[in-house]
Design a protein around this ligand. Structure first.
Ligand SMILES: [Zn+2]
Length: 412
């Protein structure tokens, strides 16, 4: 059994007689929460917020809580979304103002952005952020700026489909594009990349096919079409299944010698998502491929397929379940979703991220809800005797930081 003995254990021993199960019945959630607030949070999947050049508008303040592109959703529906309402209340407490959107927005806009970002990061006790920096390119803080704002290190996660799109003009053929991708992944230690990320879930779904004799020709054809579109002034969006599957397979082959993790967008997101194609059990070809067994495959978000993701983690040693984005958005349902995930997922394979994006408070609130959920779940397990008192800290530390620190490399 894994435990992480350190000086902090004394805090638990001071509070509870660990040899006497009866003493645990006096368990106090408030005390546990205070202890868990001291555990740093490693945010293993997140995006830098938008650069703030002026006061944040109310609709931009609400935006991270929905990936809907329909304006009515963030203007009309979001104020009655419970996770969002909870964030407003908690932010108001932190800022010492009335618990209304208007008061919170006014107070946060009155603070210098650098001071506000740092206050939130310190309150959340964030010790590192792993940033997918090809999201909303050019609109967000870059990695060094954001690291300065947070006051902690920020490491790069490479979004592979976007990386190939960025090279459409320079790479004349699919072969050249794949060579460029392989070189970037193989150079991860020098390039400061600590993980790959695939958005295949958005583009063509998760039912990856292994390379077959006729796949490459179709993928090449599709790459050429995307390239022509780009050369004609368009985006050249890569959204062909053979091409996306080829990119993912190539990236995993390059990642294997480095044991470099790959994150996958799984399940809910914006209205591009076809949920039936975003079921992680469709990824079987990747899980079954022996050569990829050394690559940690990190399933991001997962809702509402989190139980299936937990099942996959229980049968494949390199599958990890994350509940980022899910945890802040389900808000009051967070503990239940975490418990459902843990029905099958071993604790060592559950990771915490926020998927913070657009605003700094969404990341802050994500960490807050993660801590609340862990306390609720740990308390319930302690009371039923499923978790021993001395393991409560191991449980929380594994999910909040240690699992991420174990599977992602730290290049020096
Ligand atoms: Zn994300």
């Amino acid at each position: 059994m894994e435990r992480w003995p350190d000086d902090d254990d004394e805090r638990f021993e001071d509070l509870f007689n660990l040899d006497d199960p009866e003493s645990l019945l006096d368990w106090n959630e408030g005390i546990l929460l205070a202890l868990l607030d001291d555990i740093p949070f490693v945010d293993h999947h997140v995006h830098a917020p938008y650069r703030e050049d002026g006061p944040l508008s109310l609709s931009d303040f609400r935006r991270p809580f929905t990936e809907s592109a329909i304006e009515e959703v963030w203007n009309v529906q979001l104020p009655s979304q419970l996770g969002y309402r909870w964030m407003v209340r908690e932010l108001a407490l932190l800022l010492g103002v009335e618990q209304t959107e208007e008061a919170v927005l006014e107070a946060r806009n009155a603070m210098p952005p650098a001071e506000y970002h740092r206050m939130l990061a310190q309150d959340a006790n964030i010790s590192a952020a792993y940033a997918d920096d090809l999201f909303a390119l050019g609109e967000c803080y870059d990695i060094s700026e954001w690291s300065e704002l947070l006051g902690c290190p920020v490491y790069r996660v490479l979004r592979i489909e976007t990386f190939v799109e960025q090279g459409l003009e320079g790479s004349a053929t699919l072969e050249e594009a794949l060579e460029r991708l392989t070189a970037e992944v193989a150079g991860a230690p020098e390039n400061g990349i600590i993980s790959l990320k695939s958005i295949a879930g958005y583009r063509t779904g998760l039912a990856f096919n292994p390379p077959a004799s006729d796949t490459r020709a179709r993928a090449s054809h599709s790459y050429n079409a995307s390239r022509e579109h780009r050369l004609a002034g368009g985006w050249g969006r890569i959204a062909d299944k053979d091409l996306v599957d080829t990119i993912v397979w190539t990236a995993l082959e390059a990642a294997a010698p480095l044991k470099l993790p790959m994150q996958f967008h799984v399940a809910f997101g914006d209205d591009d998502i076809v949920m039936t194609r975003n079921d992680p059990t469709l990824m079987r070809a990747l899980f079954q491929h022996e050569a990829f067994r050394v690559v940690p495959l990190v399933l991001l978000h997962c809702y509402p397929h989190h139980r299936k993701a937990g099942y996959l983690a229980s049968i494949y040693p390199n599958v990890y379940v994350d509940l980022g984005l899910t945890i802040p958005i389900v808000g009051p349902g967070a503990a239940r979703v975490l418990e459902e995930t843990l029905e099958l997922a071993p604790v060592r394979q559950v990771l915490a991220s926020t998927d913070g994006h657009m605003t700094p408070e969404f990341q802050w609130f994500g960490v807050f809800v993660w801590r609340q959920a862990i306390v609720k779940v740990a308390t319930a397990y302690l009371e039923m005797g499923a978790l021993a008192g001395e393991d409560a800290e191991w449980f929380a530390e594994s999910i909040l930081k240690d699992n991420a620190l174990r599977i992602y490399p730290r290049w020096t």
